[in-house]
Write a protein that binds this ligand. Structure first.
Ligand code: SF4
Length: 541
């Protein structure tokens, strides 16, 4: 068998539509263009749950001379274990690493004897130089000494790994799609804020050609790599119009900034299939200023309202453990976020990543954090360890209740009737999960809460809403993702579910009113979707 020159390895978190080896493929593309058949490369996919032995065997298939790893925070440990094993199995192998973790902790990664050199920053130009030197037989030490990291000034100079066939988008797959590099903002916890090259964009001709390819191949989901997609509204609108005209069948995921949402942009988002993620982080301006951000709650609300009015799907990220924040402040941020009816909410602990500005300023805030990967904050003067643990419970409760529970359509109704702030509701649910983690945990919990208030009839209506919308969301999700499986589901109800939805559509907005008008009629019903709407057949009373 002809020997392979270079294996470029991506270790993914898990098999998912996002598990696309875009970084290694970009390097393979530039090498192919520069060296042609003189350098053979192969992109290798591995997964975090795999053993080093499995990864090593896959990498060694084809007997490469050199191996390059894409190293991120979450795959650093496995990457280094695989690299050490490779060195044991093939002592002559030359191993290098790139990616954000290798960039942030160059000295630390290089200190591992299994790593011969590191390509920090954007790798496409560096790898050309490194491979040219490897071909000339230069030693890794000399290659490392010669490396001059610099951002790619013009992304138009890079080949597209989609258009040159390095990546092969297939039907029903997901794709990572890079539209820009760099970020103009200065969030202290983020690597991107250290970029000095400003925003650089992929040219529109390439954007259009890649979109056409995705649509022609039947790609199901595209994750847009552009940390502030709508910073340049004019460009963002241009891309959205192109998507609407070229790729209406694909679901896109965007990260956007709230400041740059306007009415027209909101309408354009609503005109395509997409999900928007907005980094709120905290609703407290004083806390945000500690990490280089600001917040005007009224302005934020009015811009989110624009999305809400047109029916766009959006979610928020929030962080707990921020400098100057405390548990009560974090709960207030969660309550602020939930009042804006997001489709999903993700709550994360703060990480103090080496290489970020926060890593340098953390001591001045008294932030204590793990010394190693994943560098999570463990406490601060205002957010002691016990409060961090409680915030983590809140995050678990929120995820299980709101996100996994598909709670958007009924959350306000149930939360309002229970007269609990969302954060308090999630904390109580997290406590409930400790003793009842079963698949009916949300129903059981909500029913028990209403019972404790002496309003069991409202609990039964709430339970039916939860079942009704939960089953509908799951059927819709399965159908949307083209997953195999039954196109109907069975549910147990206290009332006729069709009648319940009719009353909701008629404008009932209080659980108490619904509990008066709906006759109790315990039943089992079969649910299926017609044009996306649930239809019920009562099987037994
Ligand atoms: S968090 Fe987002 S907006 Fe802030 S610096 Fe990073 S990429 Fe830019």
């Amino acid at each position: 068998m002809a020997h392979l020159d270079l294996a470029l390895v991506a270790i993914h978190l898990e098999p998912s539509p996002r598990a696309v080896p875009l970084g290694p493929a970009m390097l393979a593309s530039v090498l192919r263009r520069a060296f042609g058949p003189a350098v053979t490369t192969r992109v290798v996919d591995c997964f975090k749950a795999e053993t080093p032995e499995t990864c090593a065997a896959r990498i060694l298939d084809g007997e490469p001379r050199w191996v390059g790893f894409s190293m991120y925070l979450w795959n650093r440990d496995l990457t280094l274990r695989v690299a050490r094993l490779l060195k044991t199995l093939r002592p002559g192998l030359i191993i290098f690493a790139g990616g954000s973790e290798a960039t942030a902790d160059l000295a630390g990664v290089l200190a591992d004897p299994a790593v011969d050199f590191v390509l920090p920053g954007e790798g496409e130009e560096l790898i050309l130089d490194a491979v040219a030197r490897l071909l000339q037989g230069e030693a890794p030490g000399a290659i490392q000494a010669a490396i001059r990291p610099a951002p790619i000034a013009d992304l138009a100079t890079l080949p597209s790994p989609f258009l040159d066939g390095t990546l092969n988008p297939t039907a029903d797959s997901g794709q990572l799609w890079e539209l820009s590099r760099g970020c103009p903002f200065t969030c202290a916890f983020c690597f991107e804020s250290r970029g000095e090259a400003g925003i650089r964009r992929v040219p529109m001709e390439r954007v259009e050609a890649e979109l056409r390819l995705f649509e022609a191949r039947g790609v199901a989901q595209v994750f847009v790599l552009d940390p502030t997609f709508n910073y340049d509204r004019r460009k963002a609108k241009e891309v959205l119009r192109l998507i609407a005209a070229t790729a209406p069948g694909i679901h896109f995921f965007f990260e956007i900034r709230s400041e740059f949402i306007d009415r027209e942009l909101a309408r354009l988002f609503a005109s395509i299939r997409c999900t928007l993620q907005i980094g709120l982080q905290s609703a407290d301006d004083a806390v945000l200023r500690n990490i280089g951000r600001t917040m005007d709650q009224d302005a934020f609300e009015s811009r989110i309202l624009l999305l809400h009015q047109v029916g766009a799907t959006y979610g928020f990220d929030l962080i707990y453990g921020l400098p100057g924040d405390d548990l009560e402040g974090f709960k207030a941020s969660v309550d602020f976020a939930l009042a804006l009816a997001p489709n999903h909410v993700d709550l994360f602990p703060l990480a103090v990543l080496p290489g970020t500005r926060l890593f340098e300023t953390a001591p001045s805030f008294g932030l204590e954090h793990q010394a190693d990967n994943p560098y999570l904050v463990t406490g601060s003067p205002t957010f002691p360890p016990a409060a961090m643990a409680r915030a983590a419970q809140l995050a678990r409760g929120c995820d299980a209740f709101y996100n996994d529970g598909k709670a958007v359509p009924w959350f306000a109704l149930v939360q309002g009737a229970l007269e609990l702030d969302p954060s308090e509701l999630f904390l109580r649910f997290a406590d409930h999960l400790e003793t009842d983690p079963g698949e009916n945990a949300i129903r059981d919990f909500v029913t028990a809460q209403f019972k404790a208030l002496g309003r069991p009839a409202q609990g039964r209506v709430a339970a039916d809403l939860i079942t009704c919308f939960g089953l509908t969301a799951r059927l819709a999700e399965r159908a949307g993702a083209g997953q195999p499986g039954p196109d109907a589901a069975l549910g147990s109800f206290h009332h006729d579910p069709a009648l319940l939805l009719e009353q909701l559509a008629a404008g009932f907005t209080e659980l108490e009113d619904l509990s008066y008008v709906l006759p109790e009629a315990p039943c089992t019903a079969r649910v299926h979707l017609e044009a996306g709407e649930p239809r019920f057949r009562i099987l037994s009373r």
